[in-house]
Design a protein around this ligand. Structure first.
Ligand code: B12
Length: 484
């Protein structure tokens, strides 16, 4: 089996450490293949030079729909400089596999690519490659082979630790930022309408359990593998839902303080939170818990967002977290279809009454392919299919009165400050008029990004960050589209 050379290409590396590329890199290297990484924002010429000098067999891209067009353009730019095949994986090809028809795309991976990618590399150049599960491949004559997805990765302990070094070689920020990201598992069993998980459930029906967790032992070894080599003062578990399995959480809470003992944050949903859950997390060393509140109106949560939970459940989850000494990061969506200004105020009250420490507010974005997008079309909030992938920190694209949209933006930008200083709400009308001018918008956005940076880091992920690293991180918060 010939050794293949894979060049992963990414547009930039911010402070949110991507996970998929390091995992795939570790798997490819483990199978004897060569791997390198090119980062576009370090200079296009430098990336072209990397393509020329490395002479890859594969140009590999991990993309979401949010930045897909940018990556197809990057591929068109790099591809003429090599004889490599271009392979795309990640959320976008998983939910929109027809993107294989685009020029310059030779193969796409749908769903989990762990073992499928290695099989693809091992069989590349033979007819067998066209039987790779999860892969859709373009034959030299242009015909497309569409293979079904295989079973979900059931034993996450069987996977190698992510090859984070691949990223650290290109990012002073990630190597030195003492706030590190880990996943305790994969998958989410819930079906919120604004999220793509319901599509993932359909894609993998009958092909294994969606929610899988690494064993506590494996996870602690994975964390120690980093904390023993690099400065680490805070750990963020990025799982959509953390610690749903109470036996797993009991073992984690017993061992983590002894074997790692670094403050951490994690996230979950209010309707699975109990006092015992919060006390166990706190005993394990959890500093902050992120909870998706999303909307103050029970009707909106149930009928529009597909989140069946009562006001009481949310209030008791917030009380349980607070009384256990956990800091709370609340996630909120403003401008959901059918929401009135009174509903927005209800969302704000829910955060104020819950005494949350950092209230993140985003503006509802009904992405193509989500049930929320369908709902918006069926109820006249979208005219026809929406193809726009707006960041969740921008303005609303729904068919709503313009003046209401302007109020929405001000509530979103000022949300945390309105939670901390409720009295500020009487200035919202003034802020709306200030926000109408370019300078006003700039000032309000700057106030928002500074509050975001200070409160999010200061209250939710508190860690002493060296000045130079902080400067790098601030650059990404202030100047990147993703703000990450
Ligand atoms: C962490 C995360 C983030 C982080 C970091 C993103 C990153 N670059 O890694 C941050 C906070 C920055 C983020 C931001 C956003 N995110 Co996000 N994010 C996630 C999350 C929770 C985990 C992703 C992850 O690392 N999973 C773990 C790894 C192991 O799995 P994986 O990425 O799926 O990779 C596997 C396969 O996809 C495949 N694969 C992946 N890449 C490749 C490449 C090749 C060549 C091959 C062969 C295979 C392959 O193999 C991997 C191993 O099995 C997912 C939901 C989820 N649970 O997956 C949402 C998710 C990816 N995000 C989503 C969205 C919408 C966003 C935002 C647009 C939100 C917003 N409005 O601002 C922004 C966009 C930012 C951007 N630039 O993409 C959607 C994407 C939907 C879509 N159609 O693209 C998801 C799926 C959430 C959801 N359920 O709806 N996100």
């Amino acid at each position: 089996m010939p050794t293949r050379k894979v060049l992963f290409v990414t547009d930039r590396i911010g402070f949110n450490e991507p996970t998929s590329v390091p995992i795939l890199s570790a798997l490819a290297k483990g199978a004897g293949h060569g791997v390198a990484l090119a980062v576009l924002d370090q200079g296009v010429q430098k990336a072209v030079a990397a393509v020329r000098s490395f002479e890859p067999d594969i140009l590999a891209y991990s993309i979401s729909s949010f930045n897909a067009d940018k990556y197809f353009a990057i591929n068109a730019l790099l591809k003429p400089h090599s004889r490599a095949l271009s392979v795309f994986g990640g959320a976008h090809p998983t939910f929109f596999p027809e993107c294989i028809e685009r020029q310059g795309v030779d193969a796409v991976c749908i769903g989990e690519g762990d073992h499928a990618f290695v099989q693809f590399l091992d069989t590349l150049g033979s007819e067998a490659v066209y039987g790779t599960p999860n892969f859709w491949l373009k034959r030299p004559d242009g015909a497309i082979v569409r293979n079904p997805v295989g079973r979900l990765e059931e034993d996450l302990d069987a996977l190698p630790f992510p090859d984070r070094e691949l990223l650290f070689q290109h990012s002073f920020l990630l190597r030195n930022l003492p706030i590190r990201l880990f996943f305790a598992g994969r998958g989410c069993p819930f079906n919120c309408t604004y999220c793509f998980n319901h599509q993932l459930h359909r894609l993998y029906r009958g092909k294994g359990r969606i929610l899988r967790t690494k064993s506590v032992g494996y996870l602690l070894r994975e964390v120690q593998d980093i904390t023993q080599r690099l400065p680490t003062r805070f750990i963020r578990f990025q799982d959509d839902i953390f610690g749903l399995d109470q036996d797993w959480l009991a073992e984690f809470a017993e061992r983590y303080p002894r074997e790692v003992g670094i403050p951490f944050s994690c996230q979950t949903r209010p309707n699975v939170v109990t006092l015992e859950f919060c006390q166990r997390l706190r005993a394990a060393g959890c500093h902050s818990l992120a909870l998706g509140l999303e909307a103050g109106s029970e009707r909106i949560r149930r009928e529009v967002l597909g989140r069946k939970m009562s006001d009481q459940q949310i209030a008791s989850a917030l009380r349980a977290a607070k009384s256990s000494g956990l800091r709370i990061k609340a996630l909120n969506i403003l401008g959901n279809p059918g929401e009135t200004l009174e509903d927005i105020r209800k969302t704000l009250r829910m955060n104020q009454d819950g005494r949350v420490d950092f209230a993140e507010a985003t503006i509802c974005q009904p992405y193509p392919g989500t049930r929320l997008n369908q709902y918006c079309q069926e109820h006249g909030y979208l005219t026809g299919e929406n193809t726009r992938w707006e960041p969740m920190f921008s303005s609303s694209i729904l068919n709503l009165p313009e003046d209401f949209k302007q109020v929405l933006v001000v509530y979103q930008r000022m949300f945390q400050l309105l939670v901390v200083f409720p009295g500020l709400e009487r200035f919202v009308p003034l802020l709306v008029s200030i926000n109408k001018s370019a300078l006003g918008r700039l000032l309000i956005d700057a106030l928002y990004r500074i509050t975001y940076g200070l409160h999010n880091q200061g209250r939710i992920f508190p860690a002493k960050v060296p000045f130079l690293v902080r400067l790098h991180a601030a650059y990404h918060v202030l100047f990147s589209r993703e703000r990450t």
